[in-house]
Design a protein. Structure first.
Length: 194
């Protein structure tokens, strides 16, 4: 039986397709023959403000685009997040999206003692990051800190497990054959909903 998959294109530029969009498309292309249902969100096309206070985070009303995104997240059994590495991390708009979306009450609940209750358990996720530097250098020298932050401190915090990752590095100098292998990998991951 197929899974319900939500693909988040975390590139903030909604005016051009780019590599992140193409990788998201390849993942979706693989998911369809695998019997999976795919929904897609392009972060750059959503309308929302950045949060500026703890009170707004905990008690504010989610804007319409965020409320709709929360419903898509709630329905999805598998989440795919695709984004470019900018200044060593995810783009600010994607971080702002997670802050708006994964609010208390929806994604987790505070407890008087101990860790918060995770509301998005029973779901898996895949993080796909694109970057100019070689993937091995990012994992070894930089310890893949942006991936670890998203994996453990954001997605894991609200219940996603397992959270796997794919790093598409060296894109500025990659050959056509190397890029074709990345797209093949995306289609295979989509087919398996991994």
């Amino acid at each position: 039986m197929g899974k319900r998959i939500l693909i988040l294109n975390g590139h903030p530029d909604a005016t051009r397709k780019g590599l992140c969009g193409a990788l998201a498309d390849a993942y979706a292309q693989g998911a369809a023959p695998g019997g999976h249902t795919v929904e897609r969100l392009d972060i750059g096309a959503l309308q929302f403000d950045l949060l500026r206070s703890q009170s707004e985070f905990e008690n504010g009303t989610a804007p319409p685009d965020i409320a709709a995104a929360q419903e898509e997240i709630r329905r999805a059994e598998h989440l795919v997040v695709v984004f470019p590495l900018w200044l060593g991390d995810m783009p600010a708009l994607l971080k702002g999206f997670f802050e708006q979306t994964l609010r208390p009450g929806f994604a987790f609940a505070y407890r008087p003692n101990g860790f918060p209750e995770k509301h998005l358990g029973g779901r898996s996720a895949r993080i796909i990051v694109t970057m100019g530097m070689p993937a091995l250098l990012y994992r070894w020298y930089y310890r893949a800190h942006a991936v670890k932050n998203l994996k453990r401190n954001i997605l894991g915090f609200v219940g996603y497990a397992p959270v796997r990752d794919t790093i598409v590095g060296g894109i500025a100098t990659a050959s056509q054959a190397a890029m074709a292998r990345h797209f093949d990998t995306m289609r295979a991951l989509g087919r398996a909903a991994r």
